[in-house]
Design a protein around this ligand. Structure first.
Ligand code: NAD
Length: 367
């Protein structure tokens, strides 16, 4: 019997989930809710969903699985609304919210009187883009997809959900909701606060030091890229993970005081250790690997600002399978940027490195 999957919120995450589900299960009926007309129309035109509505209740009773892919606080409101709607016996409800404890608690509060399964979900991939127009079937490829079981997660619920989501090619990890929120406060929520604080500080500083506006380069850009994120989503995240985030902020305050003291004391050795430790830890963490996958191999080429450079390089590498390619801008005057080409295996990387070294004058290095 074919399943009906109900995607509530046809934004970036909801629409990308729908495409991923369809990839392995073309026989499923995928229906969608979206408040705004534009993403609803795009989702229908692009075949992301078979039918769409702006009324949550319309498909609720027909769904075997419901994915709530709206902002966190709206997810909580919809959990309450669902509790008052007729639903299929044993329906599985899940969500995509970036914080988990508040959502799991809401699900347990509103849904426990019914035969409803609930699993918290957080697909850990995204971008600054929004809406169905940004839908990407490969968005979750190799990304961690966190599942936070609840009191409403019966034994077969997680295998059922993973089976429906097999086409995402994501990496599923089960973790307690509170622990999820603690870990993400450190590696996601707090860095966002830091990035925006840096921007706000620079904004104030430039009033008296106008060159601040112009001299900011690579390092500052890398540190602050995420300050361009959507404020509504981040407000929602902070509002639902306050305790962990406040704890991270307080602890970081102590760290800043420590390094301040070292600088005041002119303790060169300790300052060196401070940077060295940061560098070592960064190398150990999975951020050095694409989406945490260690089976990728990167070649870096310093390229000049000349027409056709990239085409020439790709032509030389014809026949070698390339996983990814990107240009990292550089602020050095003599080079335009660093072309980063990712290969599947060591052999391809070594072959490519040899070709570029032998046949061009570009500087080449591997990570
Ligand atoms: P999006 O802006 O692309 O889509 C959000 C959707 O929610 C839209 O369809 C919008 O119409 C709907 N919506 C917003 N407010 C609503 C309201 N009050 N009532 C009804 N519908 C409303 O955002 P997205 O990136 O798809 O995010 C959706 C969820 O996924 C959020 O909970 C977010 O925390 C989570 N998430 C986002 C990312 C990311 O990087 N973008 C990553 C992982 C998880």
């Amino acid at each position: 019997m074919t399943k009906t999957i109900y995607i509530v919120g046809l934004g970036l995450i909801g629409s990308s989930l729908a495409l991923g589900i369809r990839r392995d299960h073309p026989e499923y009926r995928i229906v969608g809710y979206n408040r705004g007309e534009q993403s609803r129309m795009i989702a229908l035109e692009h075949g992301i969903v078979d039918e769409a509505t702006d009324n949550l209740s319309q498909f609720a009773a027909e769904a075997d699985m419901i994915f709530l892919c709206v902002p966190i606080q709206q997810t909580i409101r919809f959990l309450e609304e669902l509790s008052n709607l007729p639903l299929k016996e044993g329906v599985l409800v899940t969500d995509a919210g970036s914080t988990k404890e508040a959502i799991v608690e809401a699900a347990e509060t509103y849904l426990s009187a019914r035969n409803i399964h609930f699993i918290g979900g957080h697909p850990m991939a995204g971008s600054h883009k929004t809406g169905a127009i940004a839908a990407d079937v490969n968005l979750f490829e190799n990304a961690y997809y966190i599942l936070t079981p609840s009191r409403l997660t019966q034994a077969d619920a997680i295998p059922r959900l993973k089976e429906v989501l097999s086409g995402l090619h994501a990496r599923f990890v089960e973790i307690d909701a509170a622990e999820h929120d603690r870990v993400t406060s450190q590696i996601s929520h707090f860095p966002h606060i830091l990035a925006s604080s840096l921007m706000n500080q620079a904004g104030d500083y430039r009033k008296d030091h106008p060159f601040t506006q112009h001299f900011a380069a690579g390092g500052f850009r890398d540190m602050t890229r995420i300050a361009e994120s959507e404020p509504g989503m981040w407000t929602s995240i902070l509002m639902t993970n306050r305790a962990s985030i406040v704890e991270r902020l307080a602890e970081f305050g102590e760290r800043l005081k420590d390094i301040q003291q070292l600088i005041e004391a002119g303790d060169e050795e300790a300052i060196w250790q401070f940077f060295d430790q940061g560098r070592r830890i960064r190398k150990e963490m999975e951020i050095h690997k694409r989406a945490g996958v260690d089976s990728f191999y990167d070649l870096f080429i310093n390229i000049p600002d000349q027409e056709d450079t990239i085409l020439t390089i790709l032509e030389l590498l014809r026949g070698i399978s390339v996983v990814n390619i990107r240009i990292n801008e550089d602020n050095r005057a003599d080079i335009h940027g660093i072309l980063q080409i990712t290969f599947k295996n060591k052999e391809d990387l070594e072959r490519a490195e040899r070709i570029i070294r032998d046949q061009t004058s570009y500087q080449v290095f591997v990570d």
